[in-house]
Design a binder for this molecule. Structure first.
Ligand code: F6R
Length: 613
């Protein structure tokens, strides 16, 4: 998704030149996914814009983005929605006079009508983007009001859709004007400068004091002043009440010696799980969530992509341990389910970013029906936890690689904890059983460290073989199925190899027709006697057709003689299956992508935070 960074600074008050700060901020926004980038600053009575299609590093060589002068500077990484990725459609966009420039994340749904109206009044558009209507609208209103902030407010009132917008203008050269609805934006507070950015890594090097901008907030920041109003009520907002200090270190948001963020984040799982475990133990929100679950008629859980896999896992554990059916559905499918929900029900929304539009829409639709909501997210104060009745946080730290890794294992830890507490409170788990399960969860950090060190070299060597394949199956049964789905998604999204996951019992109902000599089949084999026994037949039917069997299986598995390659994991309780069995599959996908010459941190066509439907 698009990324925004802007700075308004006093001369000599910033740690580095504002142009360089914005440029470095853009590099830290790269992980969100983008196809073009640009930067603009105020120079005299004109705005200077440098922008183009391609990677920031290439644009730097061609245009020297970081050289841009000025004390008021904005930058943008674009992920195309309206108009092809090219030099002209790249942001920032300017008005006819060249005195106003805008960067935008989101979608302006009524841009066609607005553009038509503006064209009929003589405005000349250069790009095909929805964003370009904004500088022209402000230009139009400025002619009427002669006051830039008033013009900006009037323009924003005309927009339908989602936006995080930052505008600069020669009319008020030391201010950044901003507005927000449904797309993330934060203010970073400095001494003699202030920053606006899409998210924390972009500004972490310069400040830790931030304010998360709420929907409908509109205002401006100068180097020494911040003004915020709520557009829906016209009230002035006391933004100082919302200041918080970010605890992430810059180290968390940089690669620290690893070749890719994804590999670093796979290796961070022991730390992420430990922090999440300590956090959840003392989190009062869990007890409140359990109370809601106990009182619920129906329980639903939703998310997208990897987060959906965590939802699916949660639904299975809930059936087994809490003896409660949980309806799990993919967030974008919410209209099918909304009609079945009412005010005695509970919806859990799982989203690491807390900003995924599909999940946000599902949340809002269920809330409208009076459903109580619980968010599980990794980003404090993001939209989904903010709009939920209860927010429970994973503590994975920032995840920069586009593919989710540590956020998945920490989500499953939190959700397992929730199931255990629910089962205990519901009276279907004895206290001693619940304690025993929690003890297993408390070991997840140490266990995952072992899993990673045992399997890194096999993942690297096996990747050489897998990188030459075009297809793979990822199979399991029961509690292992969401983990197999996650393994397949990782391979697909970063190594671009088609991978399909399904419950192994389905093979004979169709998919086995594809299997031939040397066909890769990855089996997730949980520590569970019954499952191991039933998986034996599935492995054998694949082997009989020449498949190569890759097993992710406990060190004491009864299936070891069946496996051509064995990712060995510690022998634990099955509840830890996502935590012990996913990292080898993450490593396999990572090394396969690298082997095939792809950048796993920035897979094609994908974005980290998907703020469009
Ligand atoms: C896959 C991946 C995506 C996300 C999905 C939901 O590796 O990262 O499938 O899981 O876009 O994102 P969140 O969890 O931010 O709602």
């Amino acid at each position: 998704m698009c990324g925004i960074i802007g700075i308004a600074a006093l001369l000599g008050k910033t740690p580095q030149r504002p142009g360089l700060m914005v440029y470095k901020g853009l590099l830290r926004l790269e992980y969100r996914g983008y196809d073009s980038a640009g930067i603009a600053s105020i120079s005299g009575d004109r705005i200077h814009v440098l922008k183009g299609k391609g990677k920031i590093a290439d644009l730097e060589k061609k245009l020297c983005l970081s050289c841009i002068d000025g004390l008021t500077v904005i930058g943008h990484t674009r992920w195309a929605t309206h108009g092809a990725p090219n030099d002209i459609n790249a942001h920032p966009h300017t008005d006819c006079s060249g005195k106003i420039a805008v960067v935008h994340n989101g979608i302006i749904q009524n841009f066609r009508e607005l553009k038509q109206m503006l064209v009929s009044r003589g405005h000349i558009f250069k790009s095909e983007t929805d964003t370009e209507v904004v500088p022209h609208l402000v230009e139009e209103f400025y002619k009427k009001f002669g006051n830039l902030y008033e013009a900006f407010k009037q323009a924003i009132k005309m927009l339908h859709g989602s936006y995080a917008l930052v505008l600069i203008s020669t009319y008020e050269p030391n201010k950044l004007f901003f507005a927000k609805k449904d797309s993330p934006l934060i203010i970073g507070l400095g001494e003699g400068f202030n920053i606006l950015a899409s998210d924390i890594p972009a500004l972490l090097e310069y400040t830790r004091r931030i304010v998360t901008v709420r929907d409908d907030w509109i205002g401006y920041v100068s180097p020494t002043e911040i003004h915020v109003e709520d557009l829906s009520t016209s009230n002035i907002v006391d933004w100082s009440r919302y200041i918080r200090i970010v605890e992430w270190s810059l180290e968390d948001a940089t690669r620290s010696g690893f070749p890719h963020f994804m590999l670093k984040e796979i290796h961070e799982q022991p730390r992420a799980l430990k922090d999440t475990f300590y956090g959840i133990q003392s989190d009062a929100a869990v007890a409140k969530a359990v109370k809601l679950l106990l009182e619920a008629d129906k329980i639903y859980v939703t998310g997208a992509g990897t987060s959906y896999h965590a939802c699916f896992f949660y639904s299975l554990t809930s059936s087994i341990l809490a003896k409660r059916i949980v309806y799990h559905f993919i967030a974008s499918e919410y209209p099918v389910y909304t009609g079945t929900a009412g005010e005695n029900d509970v919806l859990i929304v799982v989203s690491q970013s807390g900003e995924t539009m599909d999940a946000l829409k599902a949340l809002r639709a269920f809330r409208e029906r009076g459903v109580k909501t619980i968010a599980v997210s990794n980003v404090v104060d993001s939209a989904i936890p903010r709009e939920s009745d209860i927010a429970i946080y994973t503590r994975a730290g920032p995840e920069i690689g586009v593919a989710a890794t540590k956020t998945f294992t920490t989500q499953t830890l939190v959700l397992s904890w929730l199931t255990i507490s629910h089962g205990e409170a519901y009276g279907v788990l004895l206290r001693s059983e619940a304690e025993e399960l929690r003890k297993w969860l408390s070991m997840s950090s140490e266990l995952v460290a072992r899993v990673i060190s045992w399997n890194e070299s096999l993942a690297r060597s096996l990747a050489e073989w897998l990188s030459r394949k075009g297809n793979a199956y990822y199979l399991s049964r029961g509690i292992g199925v969401p983990v197999a789905m996650e393994g397949a998604l990782k391979l697909k999204e970063i190594a671009y190899i088609h991978a399909e996951a399904y419950p192994a019992g389905e093979s004979k109902h169709g998919p086995i027709a594809l299997v031939e000599e040397e066909y890769p089949v990855v089996f997730t084999i949980p520590k569970h006697e019954e499952l191991e026994k039933t998986l034996l037949g599935n492995i054998q039917e694949m082997k009989a057709r020449g498949a190569v069997i890759i097993g992710v299986a406990p060190e004491d598995t009864i299936l070891k003689d069946q496996l051509d390659y064995w990712f060995k994991v510690p022998s634990t309780h099955w509840i830890l299956t996502p935590i012990t069995h996913t990292p080898p599959q993450q490593l396999l996908a990572y090394h396969t992508a690298v082997r095939r010459g792809y950048d796993p941190d920035k897979p094609r066509n994908l974005a980290k935070t998907v703020t469009v439907e």
